[in-house]
Design a binder for this molecule. Structure first.
Ligand SMILES: Nc1ncnc2c1ncn2[C@@H]1O[C@H](COP(=O)(O)OP(=O)(O)OP(=O)(O)O)[C@@H](O)[C@H]1O
Ligand SMILES: [Mg+2]
Length: 241
């Protein structure tokens, strides 16, 4: 039954009949169509597919940064497409953490300052303990006084993750978080995600091109020309790993 499913406590996100068209008339681009998916709480889910297949567009919709042209997206059973922009931005601030390919740290600030500043920019009340705890969670507390140029790519990404999770969001959205890292460092980032899932009960939705990363996640959703081509769901208990 429709309502029973969307209220299922295990399902943190559900997309039903998503379509996203950019532009109008002859120049219109259909980036997504017929997207139906469910993401279970406590899982790490990877969206994969060629460049232009719609991965970033879908992440933006799942994180309420963007709205679908058609269809509904349920977050914990509530339809986000019915929300006002104000509600959506409050939702993003409180419930969502964002991580990007190119870290996005401020070069002149230390790791600690980046986390603390990131929280302030997001309008979140942070304090010293919150920022330090977040750095601790990604194994970067001992390096908190170091600037980005003094850190490896993988370490910089861990600081960016600390900034994204300092407010303990329930959902971490990461667009190609390992793309600029070598495979060993990339796998370390997935370990950090796994740890956050275990310790904080977070859910992670990410995109990747890396086959090594795909092997370590709980579910792989493969996009082709804006539709779901394949969906692997091992439905393993998140605690089983
Ligand atoms: N704002 C926009 N206006 C017009 N077209 C867009 C816009 N954003 C995305 N698109 C188009 O939508 C399609 C999907 O783009 P998207 O960025 O989601 O792909 P992707 O799978 O993330 O690719 P990549 O692996 O290169 O990051 C592409 O054809 C893209 O050109
Ligand atoms: Mg993309």
């Amino acid at each position: 039954m429709e309502t029973a499913r969307s209220n299922d406590r295990d399902i943190i996100l559900r997309a039903a009949g998503i379509k996203r068209v950019f532009g109008k008339g002859t120049g219109a681009v259909t980036a997504l169509k017929d997207i139906n998916l469910e993401i279970r709480r406590g899982q790490i889910v990877a969206l994969v597919g060629r460049s232009g297949s719609g991965k970033t567009t879908l992440l933006n919709i799942l994180s309420a940064l963007d709205e679908p042209t058609e269809g509904c997206v349920y977050f914990e059973g509530r339809d986000m497409t019915a929300w006002s922009e104000k509600q959506r931005s409050a939702h993003r601030r409180k419930q969502i953490g964002l991580v990007f390919q190119s870290f996005g740290l401020v070069p002149l600030m230390s790791a600690y300052e980046n986390v603390e500043f990131g929280m302030r920019v997001a309008g979140l009340k942070g304090n010293k303990e919150t920022a330090e705890r977040a750095l601790e969670r990604v194994g970067m507390r001992e390096r908190m006084k170091h600037r980005p140029t003094e850190l490896s790519g993988g370490e910089q990404q861990r600081v960016a993750i600390a900034r994204a999770i300092a407010h303990e969001p329930v959902l971490l959205i990461a667009d190609e978080p390992t793309a600029e890292l070598d495979s060993k460092m990339g796998l370390q980032i997935i370990k950090v995600f796994r740890d956050l899932v275990r310790r904080l009960g977070m859910t992670v939705v990410m995109t990747t091109h890396d086959p090594g990363v795909m092997e370590l996640v709980d579910q792989v959703i493969s996009l082709e020309d804006g539709t779901i081509a394949e969906q692997s769901d091992e439905t393993l208990s998140p605690l089983g790993r």
